[in-house]
Design a protein around this ligand. Structure first.
Ligand SMILES: *[C@@H]1O[C@H](CO)[C@@H](O)[C@H](O)[C@H]1NC(C)=O
Ligand SMILES: *[C@@H]1O[C@H](CO)[C@@H](O)[C@H](O)[C@H]1NC(C)=O
Length: 292
């Protein structure tokens, strides 16, 4: 394979992988498409309760599309929501107006590769009126924390409206969010054919599943991230290397390739390495000595 073909394959594979990441603009459930991007922001729900002689304030920070913004450095690190949290619960206790954070934890999202799953129940080709957004958070004692947002399609509501807190029990946070963004896209009514009608085979597949919850899960977040980083790093290295050799070293032709002698050796290095691994694994290499 020619080098540029290999590069093209590498890049398209990387893009293919990243498209598996959760895309709020094209969220999928039961074969329908939703545009949740108008909700892509951090929203806060605060509930104050008198707990004589103190006051307890419980705050939920929620973003259905991405991890929450990092809190400012003025907040002590131990009081901040964990990195990668999409939903965070924090409890502050006020005694004589002196605040003390007594709890802070991720109700959804713990690692970079975490993604929500969407579940909708569709009857035939009819658009679902609601769907469930689910994401797990940290394990706390014997509970595994998680968030479930019931998105309800409501065209007379506004996307700026806040979600409603239904319950927080045994680590499960339940929210309801009644917004126009929760309406499935499609060409049947007023969204100008923005979205696509579900494909027939998708619908059949879903119908066969007995009307139970259908999810659209994406996986491989971690590996795709690593792969994308490696691939973009390599491309950057190559482009900058060629520019440097063209502009500064004034090389031309094949000499433009950065570290050319290394790359010439590279296939042999790989072969050596593979052989070494093979010998170690197959036991032909005992006690660290190789048979010459
Ligand atoms: C809750 O209490 C805090 C601290 O007194 C206050 O800043 C905040 O405005 C209150 N929020 C609500 C929703 O009552
Ligand atoms: C839709 O939203 C409007 C405005 O927020 C509200 O009055 C109405 O009750 C909602 N309808 C449903 C079915 O939730």
């Amino acid at each position: 394979m020619r080098p540029y073909r290999a590069l093209a394959v590498l890049v398209s594979t990387a893009l293919g992988f990243t498209s598996a990441a959760f895309d709020c603009k094209k969220a999928q459930a039961a074969g329908f498409e939703f545009d949740l991007s108008p909700l892509a922001r951090d929203v806060y729900l605060v509930h104050n309760q008198t707990t004589h002689p103190t006051m307890t304030s419980t705050k939920y920070a929620i973003n259905p599309c991405a991890p929450l913004k990092a809190e400012p450095d003025s907040v002590p690190k131990i009081d901040r929501c964990p990195e990668n949290a999409w939903v965070c619960r924090s409890v502050t206790n006020y005694k004589e107006d002196k605040p003390r954070v007594t709890e802070v934890n991720a109700v959804a999202g713990i690692s970079k590769s975490d993604q929500p799953t969407l579940q909708a129940t569709a009857s035939g080709s009819e658009k679902p009126k609601e769907f469930l957004w689910k994401m797990t958070g940290v394990p706390v004692d014997s509970d595994k924390w998680a968030t479930e947002i019931k998105f309800i399609c409501n065209k007379s509501a506004k996307n700026d409206d806040l979600p409603k807190l239904v319950a927080f029990k045994d680590g499960l946070l339940e929210l309801e969010w009644s917004v126009p963004a929760a309406c499935a896209l499609g060409d049947s009514d007023d969204d100008n054919g923005k979205g696509k009608a579900p494909k027939d085979d998708d619908k059949d597949k879903n119908k066969n599943k007995d009307g139970g919850g259908k999810s659209n899960e994406s996986s491989g977040g971690f590996f795709s991230t690593v792969f994308t980083l490696l691939a973009s790093g390599f491309i950057l290295y190559f482009v900058l290397g060629v520019m440097y050799r063209y502009l500064v070293v004034r090389a031309s032709g094949l000499d433009l390739i950065p570290n050319r002698s290394f790359w010439r050796e590279f296939p042999y290095l790989c072969a050596d390495f593979a052989q070494h691994i093979w010998e170690t694994v197959s036991g032909r290499r005992r006690g660290g000595y190789s048979v010459v």
